[in-house]
Design a protein around this ligand. Sequence first.
Ligand code: FAD
Length: 514
Amino acid sequence: MIAYLERFVHGNDVESRQDDDDDCSSLFNALDLQGTIDCLATGLAGKDFGGLYSSKPLALVRPSGADDVARVVKAAARSSSLTVAARGNGHSISGQAMADRGLVMDMRSMEDHFQVVRKNGTVFADVSGGALWEDVLKRCVLGFGLAPRSWTDYLGLTVGGTLSNAGVSGQAFRYGPQTSNVAELEVVTGKGDIFVCSETENSQLFFGALGGLGQFGIITRARVLLQPAPDMVRWIRVVYTEFEDFTRDAEFLVTRREGDSFDYVEGFVFVNSDDPINGWPSVPLDPDQAFDPTRIPQTAGSVLYCLEVAFHYRNNDHPSTVDRVVNRLLGRLGFLAHLKFEVDLRYMEFLLRVKRAEEHAKANGIWDAPHPWLNLFVSQSDIADFDRHVFKNILKAGIGGPMLIYPLVRSMWDTRTSVVLPKDEIFYIIALLRFSPPYPKGPLAEKLVAQNHEIIQCCINKGFDFKLYLPHYKSQEEWKGHFGNQWTRFVERKAIFDPLAILAPGQKIFSRMI
Ligand code: FAD
């Protein structure tokens, strides 16, 4: 079998397509997988949502379960240079799920594992690492009236993919990121060993894999914490002209105890103009609602701020009770009068809200265009300066897509995981989600990448305390800087769980060892 693998790796001598076919089927037979291997139609595996990078893998493996994953990793370990990348739904921006001339594992092809588990009065769902969160949502809510507590905004992402980063949305202030809401993982390490791990069992692997950028193992199963799902959500947007007012209210809401705040808190910056993508029209929640710009004070600047909140309730809650609680919470906030938008919708519809944007973008050809996105975590102490230099200056004309900003609470994050955060107890996630049409209708992707660099450089020059979220670096030196005093722990974990650096080569943190 190794001979077959070596031939692939060094295989410039492969003469014909027929040879490729033969070798591939030999490789497949040698590995004895339940799933399949495709050495020709690997197109999907060499691309991602970012559309900025592409690579040619040796083969696309469709594992059927953890045993298949382990066999493939072990085979790669026995070769001299093969790498293995788990590919969730390929929604990375910078080739993180790719393996140039390596094996890409399509995690979505894993057998559909789903089981509700009750333990010591707590309910969990055991789900496959390759499951899409939207499917987890549907099964939990429709089958059991339960739901995970912490989400991402968009649910066409896999469980293993978001757990390898953090998984953040408007619930994270209360429950922490998705990495704070799993009790157990099944992981295939870079040695091809299959381990069940948790806070108390193989804990180094458990915490290493959470936020571990795929470096220590491939998550084949996760045990996700559940809670009763609400029936309905009141989704509300309110507008601010002053950044200080916006952040004061957002921070007030994320530091209240449960029952005395909203269930979801996010926000975004928008342009003070009639721009259909970044301006006033981006604020209303329903086509029937209109944004009345005459309500904006003359003193307002080039950008405005929108606080987005949601309140969960049940069908049998009396409408006047819901109104009373929501109005009491809103009454403590200092947004602009008459610039409030709200809709009531079913809980699943709320969580699947970005799906509508996806359908729209697909219809316009924007979904498949390049997406040079930038995600940052910025400490509270630097956020006003960040607003002044970045939103009010560099990005004052918008980015052709949402510019999210909302506060998160550091103590809800487990520092034993591999995620790195800025120092303050409150820090902000900034997500610049560019959705421009492809060039020449839209700007050149390189120009947008250059603007991202300008923003990062601005943060460095001003001495802001920040970290990249969904980081992307090209050299180990930069990765060292990213991890800071956690670098040593990261390297130690790598040496234990993936000593040959076989896994997730697209992150460009470690080079494959011979
Ligand atoms: P991939 O891109 O396929 O993989 C990402 C990395 O994880 C790769 O290094 C890969 O090798 C590794 N990996 C994948 N599966 C596994 C596994 N099972 N075990 C170990 N490693 C694995 N993030 C948020 O936090 N909040 C959001 O609201 C949010 N919204 C988004 C909306 C859109 C439209 C997009 C495109 C992205 C969004 N993201 C968000 C970012 C998203 O969480 C990450 O890009 C994530 O990596 C994508 O998941 P994926 O399943 O596509 O992973």
